[in-house]
Design a protein around this ligand. Structure first.
Ligand code: MRU
Length: 350
């Protein structure tokens, strides 16, 4: 099975399934999951079988459609009750990526706007909306690629953190979109992928998807970024994000804010790539972004044959950190490149 032909997330309507490429097994095994029941879907989101902000949003939208598709509802009231209960259930899977809530809200609003129609028609509209969210993700990533390329030159060294690639979206990815597009146009970037402790999305996923696509990529441990910058290997940093506050403070994979601090020290531009929908207008600043805390064993033993820390050690394992807006050179979005003051320019693009 060629990895590049497998969608990260999709709908198999005939078999009533959410289709996912299981990212916990990459790069060693390529396994496609077809999930039907909600506990399995919830588990897949929580355990990062599907992960990355845009991909989580698309998965949740498809899951919400599947939840009501074959239901039997005696009346509109019971239909809407089931919809809102399922929405609340999936909302609890992961707290930080706003795309999850944004996609579920979009689905619920679609249903509410059609509340005067027969239930079968509302379900048909929910299917359409889920597929639209999927297809719009592909389109917005393409635009991020175009807009990102206006800031980059051939042969540049680009550092990225975590995986904001095609595996984190439906296709192209966000931070990788300018890289893929640049490759098609002969830019031949040299990509440096932080391994991204503790879950190694950079090593397992970014390094994998870029090599599979024939892109020049070098893997480094997270604590080597300063070395690479000092040696002049890095001309720009491109990262994705899970939620952007109105003032521009940005939550992304743990370690991102450290990379931003280093980039500022070495005068390297630090770009955050995201669909405009990742801006959370209800969130004034980074202090209001909920940061997911994950279990200790991800740090102490997940990738090791034997635990590599004393048993019972107390562990800090935040899955994300918030990069202050002052460290961000610009946001590369599907609505253009957005520079400071971010709040003003975010509002202009509404
Ligand atoms: O915990 P993960 O793997 O879901 O975290 C993913 C990231 O932090 C990505 O950088 C972010 O979601 C952007 S994906 C286009």
């Amino acid at each position: 099975m060629n990895f590049l032909n497998i969608p990260t997330v999709d709908l198999d309507d005939q078999n009533h399934s959410l289709v996912l490429l299981d990212q916990t097994l990459l790069p060693n095994e390529t396994v496609v999951l077809r999930l039907q029941n909600r506990q399995d879907i919830f588990e897949a989101i929580q355990k990062l079988r599907v992960r990355g902000a845009p991909a989580i949003g698309v998965a949740a939208a498809i899951a919400l459609y599947l939840a009501v598709k074959n239901g039997t509802f005696s009346c509109h009231e019971s239909f809407f009750r089931a919809l809102s209960e399922t929405k609340a259930y999936y909302s609890a899977a992961r707290p930080t990526a706003v795309n999850l809530f944004w996609a579920l809200d979009r689905m619920e609003n679609t249903a509410k706007n059609a509340a005067d129609k027969p239930i079968a028609e509302i379900i048909r509209l929910l299917r359409e909306e889920a597929l639209l969210i999927r297809d719009q993700d592909i389109e917005s990533c393409k635009k991020i690629g175009e807009n990102g390329l206006t800031l980059l030159s051939p042969g540049m060294g680009i550092l990225t953190h975590c995986n904001a690639g095609r595996l984190a979206a439906v296709r192209y990815g966000t931070a990788t979109a300018p890289i893929y597009l640049g490759e098609e146009r002969g830019y031949h970037f040299h990509v440096y992928a932080d391994e991204t402790r503790p879950l190694l999305q950079g090593a397992r996923l970014t390094a994998y998807e870029l090599t599979q696509s024939g892109i020049d990529v070098t893997l480094l441990c997270d604590n080597m970024a300063s070395y690479a910058m000092q040696k002049g290997l890095i001309d720009a940093v491109l990262v994705g994000c899970d939620r952007v506050a109105l003032n521009g403070d940005t939550a992304n994979k743990i370690g991102t804010s450290g990379v931003a601090v280093l980039a500022q020290y070495y005068h390297i531009p630090f770009y955050v790539c995201a669909p405009y929908s990742t801006v959370d207008f209800s969130c004034p600043d980074g202090g209001h972004i909920p940061v997911e805390q994950r279990s200790a064993d991800e740090v102490t033993q997940l990738w090791y044959e034997k635990p590599m820390a004393p048993s019972g050690i107390s562990v800090l394992n935040p899955a994300f950190d918030v990069t202050p807006h002052s460290l961000i050179t610009a946001f590369i979005t599907d609505r253009g490149v957005i520079r400071p003051p971010f709040e003003v320019h975010f509002k202009e693009k509404l």
